[in-house]
Each structure stands twice: as structure tokens, then as C-alpha cells.
Design a protein around this ligand. Sequence first.
Ligand code: FE2
Ligand code: FE2
Length: 404
Amino acid sequence: MKTYSILFADPDQKVHDGHRRMIRALRPDWNLLFAVSAREAMNKITLYRPEVVVSELNMKLEDGSDLLKAVQVAYPEVIRIVLSSEPDGESEVILRSTQSAHRFLAKPCKGEILLEQIEKAGSLRRLLNSRELLEIISGIPYLPSLPQLYHELVRAVESPLISLSEIGEIIARDVSMTGRVLHLVNSAFFGLPRQVSNPQTAVVLLGINVIKSLVCYVKLFFAAPDIIMPGLSLDKLWLHSSLTARLSREIATNLNSPPSVQEDAFLAGMLHDVGKLLLLDHPRYFSRVLQPMSGNSEKEFSEAEYKTFGVSHAEIGAYLLGLWGLPDPVVEAVACHHRPGQLKLEKSTVLVATHLANAFLCMAAGEAAVIDPGIAAEVHVKRLFDAWKKRAGVLYLESNREAA
Ligand SMILES: [Fe+2]
Ligand SMILES: [Fe+2]
């Protein structure tokens, strides 16, 4: 079993005593650190560099800044978990912490749940063992929304006549907003018995007040500036993501999957390239990848990434979604959408659907794309290839006509 080094930050010594007893009994090899103030926590993090920090909300440094925010800036590779005694899950302080924390837990928290959350987050972190990449993606996640959808959402929450389902419909069309609301709703804070994959359901569960706070006060969503990265069009990325979501769901339906798998396939399709969005804020990454590229297709882009960094936007996006607590089949499909063969286990329908939808839509756009030989060898899947290829062509043409 893997060992972790964890720092607990909480002003209450009794809370520390409880954690120490519980972890010593269940995971005696783990390296534990404790701090009763934000300053003590920062000093110990600087000295011992723990992999995970578990902190009560509102731990403040001398200058009034928040401990987790400070950790995010100074040591972005550290996984940050909130363990809070704040009883109101909708309070602004909790909603604000979504900008600096990867996971949220409410006190009292059962020992097994705390251990499971730490181990899940820790094992994901070890997936990406490049410190450079961890620093890039664990910092402040820059996830811009499509300006037109962002402004639509702002108008919607300000209108007294708008319904939650209309707000959900806007959010479901945006890659970043979808990721953000699912992050929040899937946090252990809301104590839901199952993981949520549908952004519209997430909006209903969060309610109008939380959505309003997120938009107006917490400012969780923001519009992308006009020019983000030369050679990368946000409009194209959004169109590609939403078409992949639609086709991926259709493929899962054609493969006779239950509705929950169809929903996961839609979500994985929507978020499969979220890693590219995360990397937009890091021009150095793009310039190092784009330099050796000869063409301009997604296949060539991902191959150049693997050659330069050993990983791609697929694993990078999945890493964040995994830390955010999104459903495992979605995280796995995002991680392996270019290389399903990386997964030694049986491939899930969500992965098959996302991989194929992405490949067929790249082909429809005139790009080179490769279908995984393992998936192509599945007779019941292969017999539908022509139909899906045609469908990708129709969806692509329709969307381009609408956009013109
Ligand atoms: Fe991709
Ligand atoms: Fe893609």
C-alpha cells in the first residue's frame, strides 16, 4: 500500500488527536503533520513538502489571506482538501473555497471516507509524475467560458423569469461551466448518495441561490478574452466538444447502454479536451508542443505532446477532473481518449464511445485520426463504424451551417 505525507491544519487540537489515532490505527506508515494555525501550517509545508493538505475553512495568515489560497500559489502541486465545520453548504465561504480546494468534506467525517478521499486524490497525483506539469495544472485552474454563453448565463441569473432548467441548459453547453458545477455537486459536502454526470441535474441540486452566488459574487465563471492562443480557436474547441458529446451519447445508446452510461458518455465527450483549456494559460507548453508539429490535427497535436512531455492534454484534463471528484468512467475516458490501449483492463463503453466520437468527428473535419485496433477488433462495435462515420459527417456539416 502506498504511503502519503499529509498535513492537517485545524485550530482545534482535539480534531488533530482524533485524526492521529484514526490514521495510526488504519495506515500506520503514513507520515502525519499537524498545525493549529495557518502560519504553522505554511512553515511545515515549506519544510516538509507534504503531498496533501487537509484544512479547516477560514485558516488565515497574518495578512488575512487564506491558507489554501496561499498553498495554491506557493506550492501548486500540493493536493488541497477542505474539511469544514461550516454547517451551511451554500455559504459563500464554502463556494469561494472551490477556487482553491480540490475536494471538500464536512465534519464530522468518517475515518474511512477521509482516507478514501486522500488515497483517491493522491493516486491521481502520482499518475502525472512530472513536477513541471503538476505545477502547471495544479495552480489556479484557468478555465474560461465561451463569451457568448457566459453573457447568456449572467443575463439569465439576473432575470426573475428564468427557470432552473433554462440555466442548466446554458451551463450544459459550456465545457468550463459544466466542469465547475459538477465539481461542486460531486463534492462530499453535498452528501449525495451517487455521483452526478448531468450538468442540468447538478444545477437543480445546487439551486438558484448557489448558482447566483457562483456567478455574481464568487465569480467562478468568466468569459475568455478575444485572442487566447495563436492557432487555437476556442469556438472550434467548443463546437468539437459539444459534437463529441452528442455523438458519444448516440454511440453509447446504439451499444444498448443504460441511461447512466449514456449520460457519462455525453459528459466525457463534452469534457474530453478540457486539458487543452487548462493549458491555454501556459503558452510555453503550447510553443514546445507546436514547434515539432508538421500538421494541425488533434492526432498530431497529441503525438507531439507525448513526444515532448510523455503525457498529453488527455491525462492532464483527466487529472483535474479526477481531483474534482467526477465519476471514474468519465475520468478514465478523458484520460485515454487518444490512447485507449493505455488501459490494460477491459475498455468501458464510455471510453469506447468517447474515443470513437472524437476520431469520427476529427475525420469529418478532414483531419487524420486513428481508431484503436483493440476497439476496431470488437465485431459488434465495428459493424456500426460506417453509420457513426456518416452521422459524424452530418453533425459536422449541420453545425458548420448553423455557425455560418
Ligand atoms: Fe483530444
Ligand atoms: Fe478532441
